[in-house]
Design a protein around this ligand. Structure first.
Ligand SMILES: [Zn+2]
Length: 336
């Protein structure tokens, strides 16, 4: 009789072969170019965004806020996420440089901890209680409406504070570098608002920083809980094989243009593909999606999909169960 562990490995191996064939047949532009171009466009659009804020016309001012907000999320969510996974380039050295730029300068977080929390814990132990269980997103003392509607506004303020708290546990040289790059990002954002956008007081510059940095904070927080919470949870000693872990514990949302652009396909409509192949860029995740979904269906493995609105309603109605109570462990016989 075939051992369940062996079967999981064999299935994953078979899927990897199919996906590798798609990757081999893809050009550099498909593998990295498309996503690098989106990030470059986001950087190039920044001057226009800062200049729009000079305008006395409300519509032009609002356009400036939207440009800066969307670019901020593209650089900090899509850019940081792909850079942390080393999905932007094949060069290790450049991956490291991009991670420092996107995570520390743009996001005001530490690249060291982003890598540890996201790649080493969340990806390696997806939905394993106490390790990669998305519990950092649980704030059980908040009620459902405060959490879903007001808590997202805290993200731009809490992010650098958490980073500073984490710095104390890091090597002094690394901590100093992170502190320098985070300060550089925040100070240059403030400086540009004062000197290019013509903000007349520190208060107005800080208000602009806050508004642009929280523009897409709501979908960002929501998507982070929708993707894993409420799905099967595992314990470390009975966690299933990788292919089962990702097929059971990860959910895809449908394509949503603004979020596809700002967060990336790997976070929105290809999260299952991303968890199975975390080093693929957003564009490649989209390209291999039909191969992965067809494979999982063919092998009668789950492929979780749900709409943003349906998840939103589900979380509001079952908030206690999903976000407050300790999640129950799903026992899976024969998948370990
Ligand atoms: Zn990831």
């Amino acid at each position: 009789m075939e051992l369940p562990g062996r079967r999981g490995e064999a299935l994953l191996g078979e899927l990897e072969t199919r996906v590798r064939a798609v990757v081999r047949a893809s050009s550099w532009w498909e593998r990295h170019g498309v996503d690098c171009a989106i990030l470059a466009l986001s950087l190039l659009a920044l001057p226009a965004g800062f200049l729009c804020l000079r305008s006395g016309n409300v519509l032009v001012f609002a356009l400036g806020i939207i440009i800066l907000g969307v670019c901020h999320y593209t650089l900090t969510v899509k850019g940081s996420h792909l850079a942390t996974h080393g999905a932007l380039t094949e060069s290790k050295r450049w991956s490291k440089i991009w991670a420092l730029f996107f995570v520390e300068v743009c996001t005001a977080f530490t690249a060291e901890y982003a890598n540890y929390g996201h790649v080493k814990m969340h990806h390696a132990y997806t939905n394993v209680l106490g390790l990669g269980d998305s519990s950092t997103w649980r704030l059980p003392y908040l009620n459902r409406y405060v959490y879903m509607f007001l808590a997202p506004f805290l993200i731009p303020i809490v992010t650098p504070l958490v980073a500073v708290e984490r710095l104390r546990k890091m090597e002094p040289a690394v901590a100093l570098r992170s502190l320098g790059l985070i300060s550089l990002g925040l100070c240059s954002h403030y400086w540009l608002l004062m000197n290019v956008s013509g903000c007349t007081s520190p208060g107005s510059a800080l208000a602009c920083m806050f508004i642009t940095r929280s523009l897409l904070a709501h979908p960002y927080l929501h998507v982070n809980i929708f993707q894993h919470i409420g799905l099967p949870m595992f314990s470390l000693d009975t966690k299933p094989q990788r292919i089962h872990m990702m097929s059971l514990g990860v959910l895809n949302l449908p394509r949503l243009p603004v979020l596809d652009w700002a967060f990336g396909h790997s976070i929105i409509s290809c999260h299952v593909e991303h968890h199975l192949f975390p080093r693929l860029s957003d564009n490649m995740c989209l390209k291999v999606k039909p191969v992965v979904s067809q494979f999982l269906q063919e092998k009668q493995l789950p492929y979780n999909e749900d709409s943003y609105l349906a998840r939103f309603r589900l979380f509001l109605s079952r908030y206690e169960e999903f976000m407050v109570q300790a999640p129950p462990i799903t026992e899976l016989v024969g998948l370990q």
